[in-house]
Design a protein around this ligand. Structure first.
Ligand code: F6P
Length: 258
């Protein structure tokens, strides 16, 4: 019975990876919408994947925020060795989230759990363009931006467009625009329609979507039946080297529409 189930999940993983044309899918049993423990499993899968994939030498790992990211961060264990050293940085400047789920907090937690290092990027939410320009000359900010641009690993989540717009308190006007553009997914501060086309971008410093293409290692973590549409949309055009860590509920819902 256990072997049957494993076989089934492996088939599903292959099927989903083929569906998106990406490197790999790792599927946890269950539905993370309804079972807390599924998110813990994402964390364990992430830990194992990082341990397997991160090369020796100095790694720079850029991470996004969100509740999924905050929870999986807690699950990391030692990823350091004599030969491997990891530095965690937030992938982009603040994008209007509560403190505990901000990329800075996620990066600090990941570093703490995995015995690595981290750097924070302190950029306020609302900036006049003058302040922005002078901040861009700040050595401490430039240093972190430089690290982000050298990241060889990116870890992120995927959210539902309108849910994220509301959570970030975007304006009525922006929300209306997102609706008119049929935005269904959000990741990295970009909004995507069902075909995976970018329909809107929240301007922020740090990692830009086009920079992802040349990052050797990308892990996307998102699950739950409620996120199936968003995951499907974003993954259409995701870089092919992406590993998707998701759950059965999302996978089945996505493949149902095939
Ligand atoms: O705001 C950061 C972010 O990673 C978004 O890009 C993404 O849509 C969202 O968080 C996912 O949040 P959650 O894990 O809470 O669904």
């Amino acid at each position: 019975k256990v072997m049957d189930q494993l076989f089934g999940v492996h088939q599903l993983e292959k099927h989903l990876a083929n569906h998106f044309g990406i490197a790999r899918c790792v599927i946890s049993a269950g539905d993370s919408d309804r079972q807390e423990k599924v998110v813990k499993n994402f964390g364990e899968s992430l830990n194992e994947s990082l341990d397997l994939l991160l090369p020796e030498g100095k790694n720079i790992i850029a991470v996004m925020g969100g509740t999924t990211m905050a929870q999986v961060a807690e699950c990391l264990t030692n990823l350091e060795s004599d030969k491997r050293h990891n530095l965690f940085v937030p992938a982009r400047g603040g994008i209007g989230e509560a403190l505990t789920v901000q990329a800075n907090s996620v990066s600090a937690m990941m570093a703490m759990r995995s015995n690595g290092e981290h750097r924070a990027l302190y950029v306020p939410e609302q900036l006049s363009s003058d302040t922005y320009r002078s901040l861009m000359k700040e050595p401490s900010i430039l240093e972190v931006l430089n690290l982000i641009s050298q990241a060889n690993c990116v870890i992120h989540s995927i959210g539902r467009a309108l849910h994220m717009a509301a959570r970030r308190k975007m304006s009525e006007k922006e929300i209306l625009m997102l609706k008119q553009a049929n935005a269904v997914a959000e990741s990295f501060g970009y909004f995507f329609d069902e075909a995976g086309k970018v329909v809107y971008k929240v301007p922020r410093i740090g990692l830009q979507l086009k920079d992802l293409q040349t990052v050797p290692l990308i892990l996307a973590i998102a699950g739950g039946k409620s996120k199936a549409k968003a995951i499907n949309a974003y993954m259409q055009n995701a870089p092919k080297q992406t590993w998707l860590l998701t759950d059965e509920a999302a996978a089945n819902e996505i493949l149902k529409g095939e």
